[in-house]
Design a protein around this ligand. Structure first.
Ligand code: ADE
Length: 244
């Protein structure tokens, strides 16, 4: 998969050279390019922002550097592949595990990191001629720019690519993959500071362990995220689930 990120703070994306993502890049699973938006400015001060029409606080990102950047990124990528342009913004629909899965199946993602009060709205309109444009929000709070959202989204997407996470089975039971939050987990020692691991996990009885994990997942989800339980598809809960 190819990923391009356009930002005025390329250093913000440095963590994408570390850990599993860094290794995926070395292995050629992920072809990731970070670009400095200012290299597409044309004035001495490398200006990327200006005041908003209609007044109001703060500055907006100017369209011209973005237009040139997105043209150049598109032209440098593979031919015949329509890239997805992802624009992180608190005004977008919330990012989620299904969206991470959908992105992991796409060949080419380009991220446009806004700063200040965002990007002139014509940039997304214009980009739609060459890109599938999608906005997304990391959550209902305001960040200083899109970079931290890109770190989160790239990590969520890249770990779904085959070969990035060593044990693919570990992806299946995770929170949000099943539609539920996952059960609490324990490792050795069996008793730590007086707290014992639940007996069933030491029993070696696989069906009982699976039932316990399912029950705990249901309880935790009901307590912390009742909205997720309500959103489960018809038939997702069986009679045993409904006993919990
Ligand atoms: N940029 C600023 N705040 C953001 C958020 N919550 N999600 C995505 N991008 C953002």
């Amino acid at each position: 998969m190819r990923i391009d990120v356009v930002t005025i703070f390329p250093d913000y994306l440095a963590p994408l050279g570390l850990s599993l993502i860094g290794r995926a890049r070395e292995q050629g699973i992920l072809d990731l390019h970070v670009h400095d938006l200012r290299s597409w400015t044309d004035d001495r001060h490398r200006t990327v922002d200006d005041t908003p029409y209609g007044g109001g606080a703060g500055m907006l990102m100017k369209p011209e550097p973005w237009g040139r950047a997105l043209d150049a990124v598109r032209a440098a990528g593979p031919e015949g592949v329509r890239p997805t342009l992802v624009v992180p913004t608190p005004a977008g629909p919330p990012f989620s595990q299904p969206r991470a899965r959908a992105y992991a199946a796409r060949p080419w993602l380009v991220f446009a990191c806004g700063r200040y009060e965002g990007i002139d709205a014509r940039v997304a309109l214009e980009a739609a001629t060459a890109y599938d444009v999608e906005e997304l929000s990391l959550g209902d709070y305001v960040l200083n720019g899109g970079e931290v959202a890109v770190l989160a989204v790239v990590e969520a997407v890249a770990r779904l690519l085959p070969g990035v996470v060593g044990n693919a089975e570990s992806l299946v039971e995770e929170s949000h993959e099943t539609g539920l939050l996952e059960a609490p987990a324990y490792t050795k020692p069996a008793v730590w500071r007086g707290h014992a691991v639940p007996d069933v996990l030491l029993s070696g009885h696989h069906a009982a362990v699976a039932r316990w994990r399912r029950d705990e997942a249901l309880r935790r989800t009901a307590a912390v995220r009742p909205d997720l339980l309500a959103a489960l598809p018809e038939g997702a809960l069986d009679a045993a689930d409904r006993q919990v």
